[in-house]
Design a protein around this ligand. Structure first.
Ligand SMILES: Cc1cc2nc3c(=O)[nH]c(=O)nc-3n(C[C@H](O)[C@H](O)[C@H](O)COP(=O)(O)OP(=O)(O)OC[C@H]3O[C@@H](n4cnc5c(N)ncnc54)[C@H](O)[C@@H]3O)c2cc1C
Length: 317
């Protein structure tokens, strides 16, 4: 019996949030005395820095530019079966979620997605949000194999010590399987403003219309080095471009301050804001889930609060 962690890929390298999964599974490994295999799906993404004496690193020599989910699923499943994995963990990102559920079908395992905590005190219990974050589901694992996908930002990153590159195992894939069915297109557009801003003001569906974004821009101007971003709905409506979307299918942000305006706080949105040093929420619903992850909360209508706040600053600074 063993544990397999499937490394996530971001911008042609291993996503650093992969280390968060290692923290999560260490608890299971210590409890059940199981070896951990870190499975890096592509040979050309520079995963060597993730090799450690504490777990066995295994690299499939597939090519990221020729990404093909069926081929990836085939070889991941082969390795998972060979190491007799009871627990398989992947990151809940658009890339990994493209193929991980299919792996669960292939190896006949249960699949629990979007977990944000894991408890090993009595048996193994994982927790995931439901009803747009208003409720938590606690799922007791009493059958394996099981596949879990972990929301980025949910666990502290694991610190790799005892680097031992000799632990690498490379699985060579036959040449005919290296030619994928589709080209994996990596979006190289990085939005510098969101990466560099000290303060990010996020607009949610509660702003009501594209025109009302002006209020959010006015609000952002109050803070030096600031930028405006939005929830997915705001981008789906076309009020902001998709490179301004924060969340699991958008950007993960790490500003000093994030101010969520009229955003409910779905788990998909929250996954992208956990790196913010301070989170402030303004929402007229006192039970909005965003208040569960905020350091400071303002229960108010943004159309009343923001103009008054700006006016207050104009008269007092
Ligand atoms: C696979 C998948 C991936 C997803 N990825 C993302 C993602 O990356 N990022 C993301 O954001 N979402 C994502 N979503 C969507 C997500 O589930 C939510 O639907 C979305 O985050 C909700 O956006 P919202 O908070 O703006 O809107 P809502 O949930 O509709 O919330 C609007 C909030 O505004 C408040 N409000 C209304 N009017 C006012 C007012 N005048 N003043 C103050 N408060 C007000 C309301 O009380 C409410 O809390 C994803 C969903 C799926 C299924």
């Amino acid at each position: 019996m063993s544990i397999v962690v499937i490394a996530d890929v971001k911008n042609r390298s291993v996503n650093p949030s992969t280390l968060e999964m290692l923290s999560a599974v260490k608890k299971i490994a210590n409890k059940n005395n199981m070896p951990i295999y870190l499975l890096i799906p592509f040979g050309n993404i520079g995963g060597n820095s993730y090799c450690s004496g504490e777990f066995k690193t295994c690299i499939l020599d597939l090519n990221i530019e020729q990404y093909s989910a069926p081929i990836l699923v085939k070889y991941l499943s082969t390795v998972i079966r060979e190491v007799n994995a009871s627990y398989v963990i992947g990151l809940h990102t658009p890339f990994s979620i493209d193929y991980i559920p299919t792996v669960s079908v292939e190896i006949n395992a249960q699949c629990v997605t979007q977990i944000h905590s894991l408890d090993v005190a009595e048996g193994i219990t994982v927790t995931r949000a439901s009803h747009t974050g208003k409720l938590d589901q606690h799922i007791v694992i009493n059958e394996t194999p099981i596949i879990l996908t972990v929301l980025p930002g949910s666990f502290e990153p694991y610190t790799i010590t005892n680097m031992q590159r000799k632990e690498i195992m490379t699985i060579h894939i036959p040449e005919e399987d290296k030619h994928g069915y589709c080209k994996f297109i990596i979006n190289d557009i990085e939005d510098a403003s969101l990466d560099e801003a000290d303060v990010i003001v996020g607009a949610g569906k509660g702003i009501g219309s594209r025109e009302n974004l002006n209020l959010i821009y006015e609000f952002a101007k109050v803070f030096p080095h600031s930028a405006v971003a939005g929830s997915r709905i705001v981008c789906d409506y076309g009020w902001l471009p998709y490179n301004k979307q924060i969340g699991i299918t958008g950007k993960s942000i790490t500003p000093k301050v994030y101010i969520a305006c009229a955003i409910s706080g779905s788990s998909q949105h929250v996954a992208g804001i956990k790196g913010a040093q301070t989170i402030i929420a303004i929402n007229k619903d006192p039970y909005a889930p965003i208040f569960n992850v905020s350091h400071y909360g303002v229960v108010a209508d943004i159309f009343e609060f923001i103009p008054q706040f700006i006016e207050f600053l104009q008269h007092n600074t």
